[in-house]
Design a protein around this ligand. Structure first.
Ligand SMILES: *Cc1c(COP(=O)(O)O)cnc(C)c1O
Length: 353
């Protein structure tokens, strides 16, 4: 607290990322990072950039990356926006499209950063409860008097995916506001809403290179949507920071997006490991929500999640525990899918408990 703080600073309730402890080497299954290295082509492109071009500003329009994304998703370049991680894309989208006075609809259990952005821009959240089985119910998004809708698909931290027809129902029910679909985990087995972009001018799809493309460290995310929505984001970005994507990130991200074979290879590996992990955890008595992501959300009917979390940490394995005070999910753990070896170590540690 400082006497120089404005009321705004004092009122904020900032996001708390998953712990990144430096005291020893953990098996990190707590922040949904990929256990695999990024595309070798991305590493090569970044090395070249470091050795030759860092004295120059990066391209403020990120043309090469936008072209690679447009090609990959069969869109036009003017339907692509890129930002410093999808968190920045979300922050700009909230500021530009949802800070209009009316409340913003999103699920009661979802990515906790939405509430933080809502606080930052003085947006009132309209929390729409998930069903008892943690499903998003499209009918609950009809006849809302809101500034917009945010759907995370697959949802986090539950891991559950919504079929495309249900996303479409939500778009149809909200033609006069923007519907943002956060697809951070879509490559691990859900249907993307990108195919609906040319039909629905109110749709903005947000994705990231942090999870499926194993590039959390370079901070690149993007939005796909109608050119007018994208232009709005560009206006905001160019009123705040012309160069949010540095040269290393731009080179690495472009090469990673072009390397579709590698993306498929590491996603397939994660999906196979996830299916095995589900079996192993079920045999230990855990209840597991069906996951279309690179994590599983689990609870044990006879054991306390916080105790499991602490005991695993003691054994050098980090998983995500959101707090026993969290409504509905206080006895759940979110476990990132690591390599086969890491998951075997997890199962072995859990057996000793
Ligand atoms: C990880 C995550 C993000 C943020 O990703 P970055 O691109 O690393 O900022 C956004 N939304 C959801 C749901 C996520 O899980």
């Amino acid at each position: 607290m400082s006497r120089f703080w404005t009321d705004k600073i004092a009122s904020l309730d900032p996001y708390v990322p998953g712990e990144q402890p430096q005291d020893k080497k953990y098996i990190k299954l707590n922040t949904n990072e990929s256990p695999y290295s990024p595309s070798p082509k991305a590493l090569e492109a970044m090395e070249l950039e470091v050795s030759e071009r860092l004295r120059l500003y990066p391209d403020p329009n990120c043309e090469t990356l936008k072209e690679a994304l447009a090609k990959s998703y069969q869109l036009n370049v003017n339907q692509v926006f890129v930002g410093n991680g999808s968190d920045e894309v979300l922050a700009l989208a909230f500021m530009g499209y949802f800070a209009g006075g009316k409340p913003l609809a999103f699920a009661d259990i979802t990515y906790s950063f939405y509430k933080v952005y809502a606080g930052l821009y003085s947006i009132e959240p309209k929390l729409v409860p998930l069903s008892d089985d943690f499903d998003i119910i499209p009918a609950d998004y009809e006849n809302l008097d809101v500034s917009g809708v945010v759907i995370t698909n697959p949802n986090a931290p539950t891991g559950k995916a919504l079929p495309l027809s249900e996303i479409e129902a939500i778009l149809k029910a909200n033609p006069d506001v923007m519907v943002l679909v956060d697809e951070a985990y879509v490559d691990f087995g859900a249907q993307s809403a990108v195919s609906l972009i040319n039909q629905y001018p109110n749709l903005l799809v947000v994705q990231t290179l942090s999870k499926s493309r194993a590039l959390a460290g370079i901070r690149v995310g993007y939005a796909l949507g109608h050119p007018d929505l994208i232009e709005g984001l560009e206006r905001l970005k160019n009123s705040f920071n012309s160069y949010p994507i540095d040269r290393i990130a731009l080179a690495g991200a472009t090469a990673a997006v072009e390397d579709e074979a590698y993306l498929k290879e590491i996603c397939d590996k994660t999906i196979a490991t996830r299916e095995q992990s589900v079996k192993d955890l079920e045999s230990l008595g855990f209840n597991i929500i069906p996951s279309a992501t690179n994590f599983v959300f689990v609870t044990h009917p006879g054991k306390d999640a916080e105790k499991i979390y602490l005991a695993l940490k003691e054994q050098g394995i980090l998983v995500r525990f959101f707090g026993s005070n969290k409504p509905r999910i206080g006895n759940y753990l979110r476990i990132t899918i690591g390599t086969d070896e890491e998951m075997a170590a997890l199962t072995a540690a859990l057996k000793t408990l």
